[in-house]
Design a protein around this ligand. Structure first.
Ligand SMILES: [Zn+2]
Length: 304
């Protein structure tokens, strides 16, 4: 059974009416997966210890955010109003990405039904990201004796600026970001590998650029683990992304990542990443492509 990591708190923290963060999509996605009766086993994460955050983030930033004393201007940059539930939700989702790593190492693949906080930097958060789960999860993977190098494959439409900055001087974390060149963030610190794509890139062009890039990156760096940010904000109808990839293109991208990792026997921990539509139901089939691709690649006899 495919390990899926989820907690009901993902869709449960206070946001003002009309806020563009798709709070309900996590719950909607979980309900969809359950209703399809796919062969998945769900695991519920516990909160990440806040001391662990200080291994990658400024302790003053961590303390201020935990206690609700972060200046308003810095909260605005994150994009959420502070609440105890927000912190609780954040620590649970960070625990979720590290649990996804554990399950991926055990089973070859695991999927987290949130995650991908790639805009969180050392001493500030931005773009709905408080703390960087991808780097925390990479460090967690590296605590296993047989894992010496982790590659973060970030396919969210927005460049992984926080991840790139936090991994800048790390030879044990390789960062690959495929993104729209004219999207947020405006300042893009260099990843190990950046693949900027022009506004309007369609499915065929996207896959023609990304697939060889992935093949070369895996061959060159030979990671022992992949953490995959499968953001669907590359979709043509996304409200915060400027690419023009269709649902089938998203499925082909996800399948290509899983197939490549399976061919190289690299465990892959996937997070669903970004995806922004006012009608959050329309995001569900896009994120479900990740689950379907994993099932088709790793559990081909499951009848999906
Ligand atoms: Zn994004």
């Amino acid at each position: 059974m495919l390990p899926v990591i989820y907690h009901p708190i993902y869709s449960n923290f206070p946001l003002p009416d009309g806020h563009r963060y798709p709070l309900q999509k996590y719950q909607l996605l979980k309900t969809h997966i359950d209703s399809e009766r796919w062969p998945v086993e769900t695991f519920e994460p516990t909160l990440l210890n806040s001391d662990t955050l200080k291994s990658i983030h400024d302790p003053d930033y961590v303390n201020a955010l935990m206690s609700g004393e972060l200046p308003l201007v810095k909260m605005r940059r994150i994009g959420f109003p502070w609440s105890k539930n927000l912190i609780h939700r954040s620590l649970t989702s960070l625990g979720g990405t590290t649990l996804t790593v554990d399950k991926a190492i055990e089973h070859g693949v695991a999927i987290h039904l949130t995650g991908g906080y790639h805009h969180a930097h050392y001493d500030f958060g931005s773009g709905f990201c408080l703390f960087n789960d991808l780097i925390l999860a990479a460090n967690h993977a590296l605590s296993y004796p047989h894992i010496e190098k982790v590659m973060i494959v970030d396919c969210d439409v927005h460049q992984g600026d926080g991840t790139a900055a936090l991994a800048k001087n790390r030879s044990d974390i390789i960062t690959l970001s495929v993104h729209c060149d004219k999207n947020f963030p405006s300042r893009k610190p260099e990843s190990d590998i950046d693949l900027p794509l022009p506004i309007g890139t369609d499915s065929d062009s996207y896959l023609r650029e990304f697939l060889p890039c992935l093949t070369i990156a895996l061959a060159q760096h030979q990671p022992d683990m992949v953490i995959y940010d499968a953001g669907v904000d590359i979709h043509v109808d996304d409200e915060l992304g400027y690419l023009s990839v269709c649902q089938s293109g998203i499925g082909q991208r996800d399948q290509a990542v899983f197939s490549a990792c399976q061919d190289h026997q690299i465990p892959v921990a996937a997070v669903i990443g970004g995806g922004y539509r006012t009608d959050q139901e329309t995001l569900v089939p896009l994120h479900a492509e990740l689950v379907l691709s994993a099932l088709q690649t790793y559990y081909p006899l499951s009848g999906t």
